[in-house]
Design a protein around this ligand. Structure first.
Ligand SMILES: [Fe+2]
Ligand SMILES: [Fe+2]
Length: 353
């Protein structure tokens, strides 16, 4: 017997809750978990698990979007799909939800046919694995499939690298640093691999920027800087609607790799654990590689100096837990730096994953 697909429903309106409960239970092999209080749910979040969540947009202690953000900040729930049920789907808030990729919007009153097709699609695109913390990966584990997936992400990272001014091996090293940090955070092997593949696409949104902007020599004007920052949203928009959980993880990385722990990053100025874990990991890896690489405006920092900078900024720019994981993975980080040095390698950086 296949494990049931568990749907968490949070709504204070008893009628609405009962209706959603009934609609979900009518779907094949679906079970429900009902809650009416976000605070109570968050207080027990360590013990809760689900495959999909449906939150009402209007809840007493916080709105559905805020609840979705908080749930996604919990490592084992970070990639669970969330649907916000709202009677006002055309508001700017609802548009922000869709743009952020935190959740999808479902219009109330709920149309049963649309509901069935949306939930079935989300259920289909999710695996039944519950162990992976970052990545709800495909259950297809054949060597051929894995090789195909690696190849696909490598090719996509190569396309991404063609539009980038970074050093050729930046994507490849940064992706590997992400996997090291994930491993030292205690994430399972599947999640570390997912992080490596997804991180290779962190700057894919630069494909949507103009040549003039990408190849400009010298400092960017404030307006140009804002245009450059759009690569995060562009990358996210390219990937977030994918069926593949791995591509959706890549969308998370693309959107959030420039967010900073203290809220000083972009594009949404998220703070602390409101930043998805994948974004927090990518931020550490991306900045460290930038510091230890030669850029037109600077020479490469030593690993020790760059590590000191990262440590000094733990709890300010970077998630302290990610910095601690980065510190404990220094032996592997040093090995990646040595194996993939820009100076020593003739590699064109194509194998970015
Ligand atoms: Fe970037
Ligand atoms: Fe980067």
């Amino acid at each position: 017997m296949t494990e049931p697909f568990n749907v968490l429903i949070v709504d204070t309106d008893r009628t609405s809750l009962a209706l959603l409960d009934m609609m979900v239970r009518k779907l094949p092999n679906c079970a429900t978990l009902l809650h009416s209080s976000p605070d109570m749910l968050l207080s027990a979040v360590d013990k809760i698990n689900y495959d999909l969540a449906i939150f009402s947009s209007t809840l007493p202690q916080m709105d559905g979007v805020e609840l979705a953000r908080r749930m996604r900040a919990v490592p084992h729930l970070a990639t669970k799909p969330v649907v916000i049920a709202t009677s006002q789907p055309d508001t700017p808030e609802a548009e922000e939800v869709v743009a952020s990729g935190v959740a999808e919007v479902l219009q109330k009153p709920i149309d049963p046919v649309e509901f069935r097709s949306r939930i079935s699609r989300l259920a289909q695109s999710s695996s039944q694995e519950t162990g992976a913390v970052i990545e709800r990966h495909f259950t297809i584990n054949s060597p051929e499939y894995t090789a195909l997936e690696e190849e696909f992400f490598t090719m996509l990272a190569r396309v991404s690298g063609l539009r980038d001014r970074e050093t050729p091996l930046h994507n490849k090293r940064m992706a590997r640093y992400c996997a090291v940090i994930a491993r030292h955070l205690g994430l399972p092997a599947d999640a570390c691999r997912a992080m490596r593949l997804a991180a290779g696409l962190h700057d894919i949104g630069k494909a949507g920027l103009s040549d003039a902007l990408l190849h400009k020599r010298g400092a960017l004007s404030p307006e140009e800087r804002l245009q450059m920052e759009e690569h995060t949203r562009i990358g996210h928009a390219m990937l977030y609607n994918a069926q593949s959980p791995l591509l959706r993880l890549a969308a998370d990385v693309a959107l959030n790799h420039h967010e900073r722990w203290d809220g000083s990053g972009y594009p949404r100025h998220l703070k602390g654990e409101h930043i998805p874990l994948a974004g927090r990991i990518a931020a550490v890896a991306d900045v460290f590689d930038a510091l230890t690489s030669v850029r037109p405006y600077k020479s490469a920092w030593s690993r020790d100096n760059a590590l000191r900078y990262m440590q000094e900024n733990a709890g300010e720019k970077f998630d302290p837990a990610c910095i601690a994981a980065f510190e404990s993975g220094q032996e592997e980080i040093a090995a990646v730096m040595l194996a993939m040095s820009d100076a020593a390698s003739g590699d064109d950086g194509a194998d970015a994953a």
